[in-house]
Ligand binder design. Structure first.
Ligand code: XIL
Length: 353
């Protein structure tokens, strides 16, 4: 913007017509810059109507989706909708240690890089998911391509550290580094990527309960010790058979600690077959969670864990369950899509405005 505004002074214009022409072009460019966040990033430059990302931009929220590199490179319809509807992406698996260094000393950055490149081309932010730590700072973090140009918006630095009863999950990290490994991991990440926002991320912390309390106590203590932590990710893998947790008060108490509180992996699974009634309830849950996010100013990202049932992880992990996403297997938007769009257009809370 600044650059554009300064440019006319430096341009030598031989006559008035030329000067007017330059001014007109500059004005058009400026308009394009101002509206670029709500213009579809599919290269067409035409605003074809409301999308999740255009409506969310108005509220200062990013709408994200998990992305898989295989479908991104092979399924053009998948890629097109991803670019049009979402303003953030999270690599579903490609930045995990098992993907980046499947074989000791052999690093694979290609799939993650391709996703970051797609995000740049479509003006999307990237949630880095996730970092795994051993006793020393992994060299791929400092020398890898993820961080060199500050391409990551938010990192899930530690993922799923708690058991459901609120005790610390026993992992090789906790065993090797001791129960205070969080502070080290956050400090190391901050050193390596000082511009990224650093998160702890977990599931079953969406509503009140022992696990949520454990996360709350942990991040409160980290804040008090001035450890670099910027937010908590609430995965929000819900199932219609389990009930909808009351999220807004819980998000708010974390936000009151001075932290961002993001919805990082939402999906709503059901026991198949899907029926119109189940899909209607699912739609209402998606909308209610988004409304809770909108109502809490520190909720800056709402990400779904894949947007289409075609590539959902649910059927592979929960036998007999599925239909958890907002588009069906044929990329037809489900009632949940319309409910999200409606929530963005008609936020219950106007606190963000
Ligand atoms: C899942 C992916 O979706 C699957 O493709 C993979 O096989 C296993 O991991 N919580 C997380 C995510 O933080 O990384 C998980 O993603 C889903 C649960």
């Amino acid at each position: 913007m600044l650059h554009l505004m300064k440019t006319p002074n430096r341009v030598k214009t031989p006559n008035r017509v030329a000067r007017l022409l330059v001014a007109a072009v500059m004005a058009a460019l400026t308009l394009l810059m101002v509206s670029s966040q709500s213009v579809f990033a599919d290269g067409s430059g035409h605003n074809k109507g409301a999308t999740l990302r255009s409506e969310a931009t108005e509220l200062g929220i990013h709408i994200g989706s998990a992305v898989g590199s295989t479908q991104l490179s092979t399924d053009t319809q998948y890629a097109q909708i991803l670019g049009q509807q979402f303003s953030a992406i999270t690599p579903e698996n490609e930045m995990k240690w098992a993907s980046v260094e499947a074989q000791r000393g052999v690093f694979t950055f290609g799939p993650a890089d391709a996703e970051v490149q797609f995000a740049e081309q479509h003006h999307q932010l990237v949630r880095g998911h996730n970092l795994v730590w051993h006793s020393q700072l992994p060299t791929w973090l400092t020398s890898g391509t993820f961080t060199n140009e500050h391409k990551i918006w938010q990192w899930d630095v530690v993922n799923e550290p708690f058991n459901d009863d609120g005790t610390l999950r026993s992992t090789i990290w906790e065993q090797a580094l001791g129960p205070n490994y969080f502070a080290d991991a956050l400090r190391w990440t901050h050193e390596a990527d000082p511009h990224a926002k650093l998160f702890l991320n977990d599931y079953n912390i969406e509503g009140a309960g022992p696990k949520s309390d454990a996360m709350y106590a942990l991040v409160k203590s980290l804040k008090e010790q001035h450890v670099p932590i910027d937010g908590v990710g609430f995965e929000t893998h819900l199932g219609l058979q389990f009930g909808l947790p009351s999220m807004q008060p819980n998000l708010q108490r974390f936000a009151d600690l001075g932290l961002d509180v993001d919805i990082t992996e939402m999906d709503v699974r059901m026991i198949l077959p899907a029926t119109p009634a189940l899909l209607a309830t699912q739609a209402s849950w998606y909308a209610q969670v988004l409304q809770a996010c909108i109502a809490v100013r520190r909720c800056v990202d709402f990400t779904v864990w894949e947007y289409t049932d075609k590539y959902s992880w649910i059927p592979g992990f929960f036998t007999g369950q599925g239909s958890a996403d907002i588009y069906d297997e044929n990329f037809v938007p489900k009632p949940a899509y319309a409910a999200l769009l409606d929530a963005l257009k008609h936020p219950v809370s106007h606190q963000r405005h």
